[in-house]
Design a protein around this ligand. Structure first.
Ligand SMILES: [Ca+2]
Ligand SMILES: [Ca+2]
Length: 296
């Protein structure tokens, strides 16, 4: 009976321990993999090989200082402002590009791992079949990912693509820029490409904040499983305690009394008796001594 009662308690406590450890490991892993996100937007006109203009027909600037055109395509794409935009020349080819700097890296970025380029674009009429590609480049001009051009309609539409498994440093991120590449596929008469906004959503790992958060989460979870285990074990233990005192007391008392008197009495009595008897037979050889001994 006792064993049957104890086994469920041990298994229950063991399971609670396993669950608690698993929860801590999970929290640890979640803390490690938790990634931050941010959105980079155009913040300066970088280059204008294609004679692009803003919606007011002012030519986009160059040199990464002016915001003539970048300021028209920097709003949140989820709340787009389609009344301001950048526009290409009529029937542009792929060399008639425009470039914009992007806002810099968040201060807590350790490594950029994924990015999604989201842009909103259209064409001003249906005369031509037009496409546009919004590329993202590093400062060394290398292209990130392999985006393909989208075919435009006269309705401003959101397009996006994601590049994963990146490993970009803060310096890399600060140097990112976008290049808008238009193309004319077919048709006649004139058509222009319009881009209403560009957002670059990034996912990145953080250095210190992640490490600090992990031990804090572990400590918080440790006290939580402890009170949960106590109430569960208490009712079970109460039933077990009733039979326990009876068998435990009996063997303990018997064993303690038996060994203690036995060894102490035997060794003490044996040597004393032997020494006393040995000298006694020796004087027996003398006859005169015997009578007074008997009287004693
Ligand atoms: Ca930048
Ligand atoms: Ca806009």
């Amino acid at each position: 009976m006792r064993r049957l009662l104890f086994v469920p308690i041990k298994v229950g406590a063991g399971l609670l321990l396993v669950v608690a450890i698993a929860a801590m490991i999970l929290a640890f892993l979640l803390g490690e993999t938790a990634a931050a996100t941010a959105t980079l937007v155009p913040n300066a006109d970088k280059a204008n090989a294609g004679a692009w203009q803003n919606n007011l027909s002012v030519a986009c600037s160059t040199g990464s200082v002016a915001t003539t055109c970048s300021s028209t395509i920097d709003e949140d794409i989820d709340s787009p402002i389609d009344s301001d935009f950048v526009q290409s020349v009529n029937n542009p080819n792929t060399s008639q590009t425009v470039q914009f700097e992007l806002s810099d890296s968040p201060g807590d970025l350790l490594t950029l791992t994924d990015l999604t380029v989201r842009f909103r674009a259209s064409k001003n009429n249906n005369n031509r079949v037009l496409t546009v590609n919004v590329e993202i480049h590093k400062s060394d001009n290398s292209l990130i990912g392999s985006p393909t051009p989208v075919t435009l309609t006269t309705t401003a539409t959101n397009y996006s693509y994601t590049v994963s498994s990146l490993s970009l440093t803060t310096t890399d991120v600060n140097g990112l820029y976008i290049q808008i590449v238009p193309n004319t596929i077919s048709g006649s008469n004139n058509s222009k490409v319009l881009v209403q906004t560009v957002n670059v959503d990034i996912t990145y790992s953080q250095p210190t904040p992640t490490a600090t958060a992990t031990p804090t989460a572990t400590e918080t979870e440790t006290p939580t499983p402890t009170p949960t285990a106590t109430p569960t074990a208490t009712p079970t233990a109460t039933e077990t305690e009733t039979p326990t005192p009876t068998p435990t007391a009996t063997p303990t008392a018997t064993e303690t009394e038996t060994p203690t008197p036995t060894p102490t009495a035997i060794p003490t009595a044996t040597p004393t008796a032997t020494e006393t008897e040995t000298p006694t037979p020796t004087p027996t050889g003398t006859p005169p001594a015997t009578p007074p001994a008997t009287g004693t």
